[in-house]
Design a protein around this ligand. Structure first.
Ligand code: ADP
Ligand code: MG
Length: 312
């Protein structure tokens, strides 16, 4: 007999980490949570649909990892310290092998960040995973999209373009490019460190130009990006592809942080990069006006093949 919804929840419940601020987690009609006094609660939600947010051949553990990672990336982009999450799924069938593997991925990342899974919902339907993540930030110190100022440097973490290249090239599971698509690393520690250094931040989920465009619109400024400065991984460079800059500037799913900071912060950001052992690259500047301009090696305006990802 196939396990029912309650068997799946029971398997999950056994594996969930405890936290002192969870008064009641899985098991009642709702969770009871005690946020630390004086902190601002940060809440974000993201849904992953099969075939849209991950290729249909994605391993269950990778789907589990990614469904939490994309939410932690949003918390990182706000400078928040993650604490709790919920997990609501629709599953085509109850399959304990798939379920246990999915939990392996989800809980591995949750444990890395000390997050407690406090509730959710399990239903039947086409494969879809909706996660809510919650965390805390010091009041007044969240990294918002509307704080960029003319004269700021624009920075990006890690490297860009791998996930888009993996999709475009149909890279095999486990390859360096495909790992970036399947197992993104949310830049949580970086985000927290930036709360007192950056003016604005966004995570790169829909493509650098599109996401930086959100910052510019919210802040009432423009940005200039130098394409040649965009950090690329060895795996991306090895492809030798002429689409490189399109993947880097317009490809989604990188989950790096793009942030703006006063030029006086340069030395401190370089020091932070060494401290976190994470590449941080200055890729451009905030200027007066509106929109994001990408400049090629000769300083000429560059036009992408297509803009960032949108659903409709
Ligand atoms: P209700 O019918 O009251 O909504 P459910 O039977 O859906 O309760 O869920 C029972 C308990 O299990 C609740 O605490 C709920 O939050 C939790 N739960 C259900 N599905 C999940 C899931 N996928 N992940 C985490 N917790 C879950
Ligand atoms: Mg329910």
């Amino acid at each position: 007999m196939k396990p029912g919804e309650f068997d799946l929840i029971a398997r999950l419940r056994k594996r969930v980490a405890a936290r002192a601020d969870v008064q009641m987690g899985i098991g009642d009609d709702a969770a009871l949570l005690a946020p630390p006094p004086g902190q601002t609660l940060v809440v974000t939600a993201d849904t992953l649909n099969a075939g849209i947010h991950f290729p249909l051949d994605t391993a269950a553990a990778d789907i589990g990892w990614k469904s939490l990672a994309v939410n932690l990336s949003d918390l990182a982009a706000m400078g928040a310290k993650p604490a709790w999450s919920t997990l609501s799924l629709s599953l085509p069938e109850s399959d304990t092998h798939w379920w246990d593997a999915f939990l392996d991925g989800f809980l591995a990342l949750a444990d890395q960040h000390g997050i407690a899974l406090v509730g959710g919902d399990t239903t039947r339907g086409p494969l879809s995973i909706a996660v809510t993540a919650m965390g805390f930030v010091e009041p007044g110190h969240a990294l918002r999209r509307d704080g960029a100022r003319t004269g700021d440097d624009v920075w990006v973490s890690g490297t860009l373009g791998d996930a888009a290249a993996a999709l475009a090239l149909d890279s095999r599971t486990g390859s360096a490019l495909r790992l970036r698509l399947d197992r993104p690393t949310p830049r949580v520690t970086l985000g927290r460190a930036l709360t007192h250094r950056a003016h604005a931040a966004v995570d790169v989920s829909d493509g650098l130009l599109a996401d930086l465009g959100h910052v510019c619109r919210a802040s009432g400024v423009a940005a200039e990006i130098e394409l040649e400065r965009l950090p690329a991984s060895p795996a991306l460079l090895e492809t030798g592809s002429g689409h490189r800059f399109d993947w880097q500037a317009c490809g989604g799913d990188d989950y790096e942080l793009c942030f703006t900071a006063d030029a006086q912060q340069r030395d401190r950001i370089v020091a932070l990069s060494a401290e976190l052992d994470l590449r941080l690259t200055r890729i451009g500047r905030i200027v007066a006006g509106d929109g994001v301009r990408a400049l090629d090696a000769r300083g000429q305006a560059w036009q992408p093949e297509r803009a960032g990802y949108t659903h409709f």
